[in-house]
Design a protein around this ligand. Structure first.
Ligand code: GLU
Length: 356
């Protein structure tokens, strides 16, 4: 009798242990690729209390992976070094390499998702570029850190763990390129860096973040209504270059000098980060009119940080300036670069700004 109840309780114990700790073999785990580009998450400082003035992009992808052995419990991970730079130095070349590599990897049925480690300075730009150029609905998750890997309370390891969990999750399929830091999930289109040093820097102001990652589990509450990834018409797989698009940021006493310089440098498009709802200084406006007449596509955006830029002025419409909707100037620049790889037709380009 005693022996029988011992066997029963051992069996129950084994079931409980198995369900709560689910001992899975590597063969059952999803495959997630980690593409490393540099940034603070791979940053190294001389002391563990130094949070600024460190070297970004100092550690290789294997070091990042080895620092989080727990990754092995959630996915079969392997890394590739795409670049190792501070993301303030990001280039079109790295972007094209990343987009092409993502498309190659995601066409492999075994690969379930991709995590990209990145500096936080331009992370939102790379995320939006990939949101428009990756041809798959499998998860692509960008992750970074605000404290270098050597710092006390470094945020990189937990961010990486969460990002891999998100990239391996069926819940993240079809959501577009995602940004995961500080236990929050943001969408590539609307997210922006809002604080120079705080770990809670990534926000999607007013439009809102998509969800949380709690105890490693992603929870989604909303998703974007704008086109992305599989539905995107942009294809960079056969491109070696992107057209030049410059951003001109308005201010008191603005004039046309930088606009003319941009046209002379060969810009095919200009994003005018206007005041308010894309307002243009009267002394800069003739420069934009002349640029437009030379075939440079002019899109009005805003330096405000929130809200739409729409066709609010007959004069601007007559001058053939387009409207950047809610995209911030750095995101509007990316959409215009990609639009110009397809067309110079102003109606078509405006349609793209209305859809993406
Ligand atoms: N400026 C560096 C970069 O963007 C460090 C910023 C960061 O990763 O937080 O790569």
């Amino acid at each position: 009798m005693l022996r029988k109840s011992l066997i029963v309780s051992l069996a129950i114990g084994a079931i409980i242990l198995n369900s709560s700790y689910s001992i899975v073999s590597a063969a059952d785990l999803p495959e997630v690729k980690i593409l490393a580009t540099g940034g603070t998450i791979a940053g190294s400082a001389p002391s563990n209390t130094q949070m600024t003035g460190y070297k970004a992009g100092a550690l290789g992808v294997e070091t990042l992976i080895n620092a989080v052995p727990e990754l092995k419990n959630i996915a079969v991970v392997s890394g590739e070094q795409i670049s190792n730079i501070g993301s303030q130095d990001m280039t079109d070349d790295v972007w094209l390499k990343l987009a092409k590599r993502c498309n190659e990897l995601l066409s492999d049925p075994d690969v379930k998702g991709i995590v990209i480690t990145h500096g936080t300075d331009t992370l939102e730009e790379t995320a939006y570029f990939l949101n428009l150029t990756v041809k798959s609905d499998k998860p692509v998750v960008l992750v970074g850190a605000m404290r270098p890997a050597t710092a006390i309370s470094a945020d990189g390891p937990v961010n990486l763990l969460n990002a891999v969990k998100l990239a391996a999750s069926p819940k993240a399929v079809g959501k577009g390129v995602l940004v995961a830091l500080n236990d929050e999930i943001n969408g590539a289109r609307d997210v922006t860096k809002t604080n120079t040093s705080n770990v809670s820097t990534f926000k999607s102001p007013e439009l809102g973040f998509l969800g949380y990652i709690t105890d490693g589990e992603p929870y989604f509450y909303r998703e974007t209504t704008r086109k992305h990834t599989k539905e995107s018409e942009f294809d960079v797989d056969n491109l070696a270059k992107l057209p030049r698009v410059d951003i001109i940021y308005t201010h008191e006493n603005d004039d046309r000098v930088l606009i003319d310089a941009s046209v002379n440098a060969g810009a095919k498009g200009i994003i005018y980060a206007g005041s308010g709802m894309g307002s243009i200084h009267k002394d800069a406006e003739p420069g934009l009119v002349d640029a437009q007449k030379k075939g440079v596509v002019v899109v009005r955006s805003s330096r405000v940080g929130n809200g739409m830029v729409v066709a609010n002025s007959e004069q601007y419409t007559k001058e053939h300036f387009l409207n950047g909707d809610t995209l911030n100037p750095q995101k509007a620049r990316i959409l215009l670069q990609l639009a110009l790889t397809k067309t110079n037709d102003l109606n078509e380009i405006q349609r793209m700004f209305d859809e993406y």
